[in-house]
Design a protein around this ligand. Sequence first.
Ligand code: ZN
Length: 261
Amino acid sequence: MINPLFAANLLDRPRKIVLMYHSVPTLSQQATQYDSTLAQFKQHLALLAQLNSQVVTLNTLMTTRDSQGLQIAITFDDGYLDNLTNALPALTEYQFPATLFMVTRAAPAVSQWSPNPKPLLSPQQLQKLDEQGWEIGGHTCHHLDLTRLSASQSQQQINNCKDDLEQQLGKAVNSFAYPFGRYQQHHEEQLAAAGFEYACTTRAGAVQPHTQPLTIPRITVFANDCAPTLLRKLTFISNKMSWFDVAGYYASRILKTKVAS
Ligand SMILES: [Zn+2]
């Protein structure tokens, strides 16, 4: 299944990548471009195992200084119920942990911000994931675009979300993901003031020694990203990895070589 050319390229030096997932439905429940079906998700896990990836939580990825090979943090945004019912059993087979960014005050507990609202985890269900070794982080109280809020409103969304999670879990929570990937510099300052140490964006990239901990890049996994597409994304560190994009990448490299020579 693995293209040896890509795998060799991928494994030639240490690499840290944070993957962004959302809902993991069965095929018949698939509704948005961010839904990775369970069957596809299982193929992704098989690929990560074949690559001998070290799959860790976001905190572990950010604090391990001398990791070898491919280190991956699997993250889920929003807090969908199917992360517990579908993703957890699949991950447990490989003993892979994950990191989940929870919206804490959606009422009713469904993703009303999505064109196809889906059920979210209850506090008790979230606790189960915590007990299974998942890292739980914040994603605001109401999944609001922070850039559209006043400074006091965004600080409230950040602070209250952290308080909610810490009360529910009985432990400190220090990671966050920006809803819609949208933020401004003062939101980083607000997160730091609230005690968050890590925050994930939706900007594509790998984690580097110079990565700022409150603007961590991720690779987005879309619906219909098959395992070979995921492998190309891991190799080229890009969200756009159709064969058309890959052909474009090589064409631009050839052109650059010609210009340089
Ligand atoms: Zn979200």
